[in-house]
Design a binder for this molecule. Structure first.
Ligand code: PAF
Length: 280
């Protein structure tokens, strides 16, 4: 495994390997089993696997956790090597943004709901850095976790609208034993918050269960999900919504199609997200 920190060094590597399929796993580091599952899938499907590790300042709001976002490069490199990564692309902020950015890539409409409503500017930061990564890495496939279902939908739309020659591969949510979706931010939780955080998945399961039993009224499904979220004393609900997926349009009845039940919940300053795709 090689670690590459500059765009020019990556281009040299790419020039020698451009005939081979390249799978990109874009991350902000502090790897967990969710990331490893993306790497493993990329490993199965590509000749070369590139893992990017870059905490992207553009996608954090001024009062968000950019500075304190967990980082541990040494541990990440050991995990990446064990998972079969060929290249770790780990640029500095200066390498990615040597000058103030005057160009941004922005997907409209679907970025104004759910996390986009709570985190203005977040998705423009994501699509801008992912565009840069696609141009730099030149992957055939890029692997994204379904935990960030809105992010996957936004990037898929960007790929389609701007004709990026990249296939987005969605990978399933990887969960802890009690159902909490794996996330680098889980380390922020106190033991009591961590215990209560299982409520997100309980809420998801309850909505999925009612939906499978035939409930098709969005308001009633939402009520079932929210009732469970409210049982966690330390939780502050940011949003709980049922929308069409991937268009993220409001719905009243879930008759035929695909929807998302998505939740975002604060425990202290830590914001956790989770979702389920409902299909009929
Ligand atoms: O999902 C993430 O970790 C980030 O949003 C991404 C896609 C690596 C862009 O910075």
């Amino acid at each position: 495994m090689n670690v590459i920190e500059t765009i020019s060094a990556y281009r040299e590597w790419w020039f020698r390997h451009r005939q081979q399929t390249i799978g990109l796993v874009p991350t902000m580091g502090y790897l967990h089993q969710g990331h490893i599952s993306l790497i493993e899938q990329a490993r199965r499907e590509n000749r070369q696997v590139v893992l990017s590790i870059f905490v992207n300042p553009l996608q954090f709001g001024p009062s968000e956790d950019f500075e304190r976002y967990p980082r541990d490069m040494e541990r990440d490199l050991a995990l990446a090597e064990r998972a079969g990564v060929d290249i770790v692309f780990a640029p500095s902020v200066h390498e990615m943004y040597p000058n103030p950015m005057k160009t941004t890539v922005e997907v409209k409409d679907i970025t104004s709901r759910l996390c986009g409503a709570s985190r203005p500017g977040h998705f423009a930061g994501v699509t801008t850095v992912v565009s840069k990564l696609f141009h730099i890495i030149q992957p055939d496939k890029a692997y994204f976790g379904q935990k960030d279902a809105q992010q996957a939908a936004v990037i898929e739309k960007m790929i389609a609208d701007l004709n990026f020659p990249v296939q987005l591969v969605r990978c399933p949510i990887i969960r802890e034993e009690d159902g909490l979706a794996m996330s680098s931010r889980n380390v922020y939780l106190s033991p009591e918050e961590r215990r209560e955080a299982a409520v997100l998945y309980e809420s998801i399961r309850a909505v999925e269960g009612a939906f499978k039993q035939g409930e098709d009224d969005a308001a009633r499904l939402l009520e079932i999900g929210e009732r469970i979220l409210h049982t966690a004393k330390l939780a502050r609900i940011d949003y709980a919504e049922i929308l069409s997926y991937p268009d993220l349009e409001p719905v009243t009845a879930l008759k035929r199609g695909q929807w998302i039940y998505a939740v975002a919940v604060f425990f202290g300053n830590t914001r956790l997200i989770d979702n389920a795709i409902l299909q009929r």
